[in-house]
Design a protein around this ligand. Structure first.
Ligand code: ADP
Ligand code: GLC
Length: 477
C-alpha cells in the first residue's frame, strides 16, 4: 500500500490529516500490509527522514530542474517513506500550502501535480525497481492527481483509493493551466477536473479513483447532499456505492492520558484524581479562577467558519451565566482570533484565549478541561472530540459527520458519552451548554459518563481492517 499525502504528524501538520497519515499506515502494517508513504520534500520532512538514500533521479519536472526520489524512515514510527526531493518547489519557509503570511503559494499547481505524478509512476513500478504497491491511497486534493495520472495510463495492476478529509478545500486553479499537467485533453472536461470554469484537483480523486472514502459513515451520506457537498454532491452521487465512510481512530501512542509527557500528572479511568490536578494546572496556566466546581469548557481548533467558533462567541453569555469557564486554543481567521481575545479581555478569570499553534498545550487543554467543545457546521470526522473521549473530557458537539458517529448524548443515560445539539444556532448551542453545566453538577452520573467515554474503543485497528477490506474490493473490482 502506498499512501500519498502532503502532511504527516509531527513533521508537517495543519490539521487532522497529519494525524491520520501518521497513524493509519502503522495500523495497516500491524494488520500485516506492506505499507509505505509518499510525501513532498518539504524541509521538515526531508531533513528528518532517517537512513535516507536516493532511489531514482527523476530529472526535471513541473519547473523543477532537479527532482530526486529518496527513501528512508519516518523518525518516530519508523514507517518506510519515499520523499520527493525537489528543492525548487518544496524547500522554502512558511507552511505546506501557504507562505508565512497566509497567502497560497503561486506554484501550488506544480507542487501538487508533482506529488500526484510521482505517486502514479511509483504505482506503475517505474521508479523503484524493488517495490511497487497494489493499492495507491491518495489523501485530499493535494494527492488527488495521482488517481487521474493512473487512469490516464491504466496499464499497471495498481488500483487507486481516494480519501476526502475535507471537501471544502478542493484545490482550485485556472483552467488555462490544465495544459501544465500533461493529462489527456478529455480530463479537462466537466467529466474530469473542470469545475465551474476552473480546475478542482479534488475532482481527480472523485472521478478517477476506484473507490472514494471519507472519514466517517455519516459524512459519506452527507456529501451526497447539496448542504454538505460543496458543489460536488452530484459527482459524489454519480459514484453511488463506490463512496463509503470509514471512521478515523485515535493514535494511542500520542493521545493517552496514562502516558502523556505534556501533563503535570498522568491519569486513567481508575485514577480520576489526576484529572482534577490537570484542571487546576490548566486554570493556573490560563489565568482562570482556580475553581474546581466551575465546569471548564475547552476548544482546540483551526479558527475557520467550519468550526462554529462564531456560534460559540454568540453563545458566550449563556456559558458565563451558567458559571462555567472557557479556554480556547486556536489560530486562523484574523477576525475570530481578535473576537476571542476581546472576549478574554472582557471576562478575565473566566475566559482565556491562546492564539497560535501549540501541540503540548493542546494536550494539557484536552486533559484539564471538563468538556471539549466541537460546535462545527460540518465535520468530516473530527479528532478533538475523540481525544476528549479518551481523556474523560466529555464532548459537546453538533450532530454532524463524525461527531454524530462518535458521541452519544446524555439523554440516552445507558450509553451517554457527551452532549449533542442539532441546529447551527447560538440558541441551540446555548441550550446544550446549559444542559452540560447542569449535568456537571451531578458528579455520579458525570463520572459514569467519563468512564464510559474513556472505555470506548477508538483504536486505529478497526479502521485499518475496514481499509484492507476496501483495498481488496478495489483490487477485485
Ligand atoms: P481539522 O483537521 O478539520 O482541523 P480535526 O479535529 O480532525 O480537525 O484535527 C485537528 C487536529 O489539529 C487535532 O490534532 C488538534 O489537536 C490539532 N489542533 C488544531 N488547532 C490546534 C492548535 N491551535 N494548537 C495545537 N493543535 C491544534
Ligand atoms: C479534515 C476534517 C476533520 C477530520 C480530518 C482528518 O481536516 O476537517 O473532520 O478529522 O480531516 O480526517
Amino acid at each position: 500500500m502506498l499512501h500519498a499525502a502532503a502532511e504527516v504528524f509531527p513533521l508537517v501538520k495543519t490539521g487532522g490529516l497529519a494525524d491520520v497519515v501518521a497513524a493509519l499506515p502503522p495500523a495497516l502494517e500491524r494488520a500485516g500490509a506492506d505499507t509505505r508513504l509518499l510525501l513532498p520534500g518539504l524541509p521538515a520532512i526531508v531533513d528528518a527522514l532517517e537512513q535516507q538514500r536516493a532511489v531514482c533521479e527523476i530529472g526535471p519536472a513541473f519547473g523543477a530542474a532537479r527532482v530526486t526520489l529518496r527513501r528512508g524512515q519516518l523518525p518516530s514510527s519508523h514507517m518506510p517513506a519515499y520523499v520527493i526531493d525537489a528543492p525548487y518547489l518544496y524547500r522554502r519557509g512558511g507552511g505546506p500550502y501557504q507562505d508565512a503570511s497566509g497567502v497560497d503559494w503561486p506554484d501550488n499547481l506544480q507542487r501538487f501535480a508533482l506529488l500526484g505524478w510521482v505517486a502514479a509512476h511509483l504505482a506503475a513500478g517505474e521508479l523503484d525497481a524493488a517495490w511497487a504497491p497494489d493499492v495507491l491511497h491518495a489523501h485530499d486534493w493535494h494527492a488527488a492527481l495521482a488517481c487521474a495520472y493512473m487512469a490516464a495510463h491504466p496499464s499497471g495492476a495498481c488500483r487507486s483509493v481516494f480519501t476526502i478529509h475535507n471537501l471544502a478545500y478542493q484545490g482550485h486553479f485556472a483552467l488555462a493551466d490544465f495544459a501544465l499537467l500533461g493529462l489527456p485533453a478529455s480530463f479537462g472536461a466537466p467529466s474530469g477536473l473542470e469545475f465551474h470554469g476552473q480546475l478542482a484537483l479534488m475532482k481527480a480523486g472523485l472521478q478517477f479513483a476506484r473507490r472514494v472514502t471519507t472519514v466517517s459513515p455519516t459524512h459519506a451520506r452527507e456529501i451526497a447532499t447539496p448542504e454538505f457537498g460543496f458543489g460536488l454532491d452530484g459527482v459524489i452521487r454519480d459514484r453511488g456505492a463506490d463512496v463509503s465512510g470509514i471512521l478515523n481512530g485515535v493514535d494511542g501512542k500520542v493521545w493517552n492520558p496514562q502516558h502523556d509527557p505534556a501533563l503535570v500528572v498522568s491519569y486513567g479511568a481508575d485514577a480520576l484524581a489526576g484529572k482534577l490536578q490537570c484542571k487546576r494546572a490548566l486554570q493556573r496556566e490560563a489565568g482562570l479562577e482556580p475553581r474546581a466546581e466551575a465546569p471548564l469548557f475547552g476548544l482546540v481548533s483551526r479558527l475557520t467558519a467550519q468550526k462554529g467558533v462564531d456560534l460559540l462567541l454568540a453563545a458566550l453569555p449563556a456559558l458565563l451565566g451558567s458559571g462555567a469557564q472557557l479556554f480556547v486554543l486556536g489560530s486562523g481567521d484574523r477576525a475570530l482570533e481578535a473576537a476571542l481575545q476581546t472576549a478574554a479581555r472582557a471576562h478575565p478569570g473566566r475566559v482565556a484565549a491562546r492564539i497560535g499553534y501549540d501541540e503540548a498545550l493542546a494536550h494539557r487543554l484536552i486533559a484539564g478541561s471538563d468538556v471539549i467543545l466541537v460546535p462545527s457546521r460540518f465535520e468530516p470526522c473530527g479528532l478533538t472530540q475523540m481525544y476528549g473521549l479518551r481523556y474523560g473530557t466529555l464532548p459537546l458537539v453538533r450532530r454532524v459527520g463524525g461527531l454524530a458517529d462518535t458521541v452519544v448524548d446524555a439523554g440516552d443515560a445507558a450509553r451517554a458519552t457527551g452532549f449533542v445539539f442539532d441546529a447551527a444556532t447560538p440558541e441551540a448551542l446555548s441550550d446544550a451548554m446549559l444542559r452540560t453545566a447542569h449535568a456537571f453538577r451531578g458528579p455520579d452520573a458525570w463520572q459514569a459518563m467519563m468512564r464510559r467515554a474513556m472505555a470506548q474503543d477508538l483504536s486505529w485497528d478497526a479502521a485499518a481492517a475496514s481499509y484492507l477490506a476496501l483495498y481488496a474490493q478495489a483490487a477485485a473490482g
